[in-house]
Design a protein around this ligand. Sequence first.
Ligand SMILES: Cc1cc2nc3c(=O)[nH]c(=O)nc-3n(C[C@H](O)[C@H](O)[C@H](O)COP(=O)(O)OP(=O)(O)OC[C@H]3O[C@@H](n4cnc5c(N)ncnc54)[C@H](O)[C@@H]3O)c2cc1C
Length: 315
Amino acid sequence: MVEETKIRDVVMIGAGPSAMTAAIYTTREDIDTVMYEKAVVGGMAAITDMVDNYPGFPDGVEGMTLAAQLEAQARRFGAEFAYGEVTEIRDNGDTKTIVVDGKDIEAKAVLIATGSDYNKIGVPGEAEYYGRGVHYCATCDGAFYRDKHIAVVGGGNSAVQEAIFLTRFTNKIDLLVRSTVKASEVLQRDLQELVDAGKIEIHLGTTTDEILATDGKVYGVKITHDGEQRTLDVDGVFVFVGLSPNTGFLETSAIELDEQKLIKTDKHLMTSMPGVFASGDVRSGATMQIASAVGEGASAALGIREYLEELKRKA
Ligand SMILES: Cc1cc2nc3c(=O)[nH]c(=O)nc-3n(C[C@H](O)[C@H](O)[C@H](O)COP(=O)(O)OP(=O)(O)OC[C@H]3O[C@@H](n4cnc5c(N)ncnc54)[C@H](O)[C@@H]3O)c2cc1C
């Protein structure tokens, strides 16, 4: 049972890889730490089938296993986990008020590690085959599609960049663009070279209607162009239609966000609100990878330690 009346040293918002790593560092140094998680402990890592690029696991590791190991390690040093959604952070100077499910929790420092969600296209098959044929990160999952046929959905900078990146693994890529390609000129030039080389085919004015699978395996994507529907045979679909950082609850706070609504931090990972830090996929400049989220969690914990020591010196 989490103590709700005392002033906590640190409240961490979200219990993904970034916050759990930060909690390993803080609790190991006897900094009283509680994490509030609104959904699944382990965050996006916990819902990833297989993580192939996290160091230390030569054969890859199941996302669930990695998340459980991080949780066990944080608990070993005394980190507390609680379920609840944070809806507000208020600055009272040397303490902060964190509103969790309508209750006020006081803390000296806060770590925001709420991650980002990938925008979805909302078609049948997308949710069912999430991470098992439908993907949102080429760096994470591109290597599973060596010499396979894939569709990339989207026409902005990220879709074009990721489609270009995916040509490292396969030369059979269909780029499905609802209207026109809106990427930067440089990217469009690089894209055209790959189109000319026959590695990417662009389908403009094309909607993606359904992702098709049989026996749990994606085999095609249903598309419509000029009112005509047809099926493309593909082994996987990569969707790049934007990112939604989980920062909606900061709208009324003075914490500065960038144009994508990711949290701006200084080199110690402190936000524009003194004593409030941010790490992982929610931070402006994040690389959206577990290894980076974990590294930033460690850096944020060291920043928090410094901040708490400074508060003590002032008192
Ligand atoms: C399908 C898939 C496959 C992936 N594969 C790989 C891979 O192979 N390799 C790799 O390196 N990366 C991969 N990634 C990316 C990786 O999962 C993320 O980079 C990493 O999990 C980010 O960690 P984080 O702690 O910053 O955020 P998250 O893991 O997103 O955790 C944030 C947590 O905060 C919680 N939260 C959000 N808002 C609130 C709130 N207001 N109150 C309380 N809790 C809140 C969320 O519920 C979540 O649990 C993959 C992602 C997906 C979706």
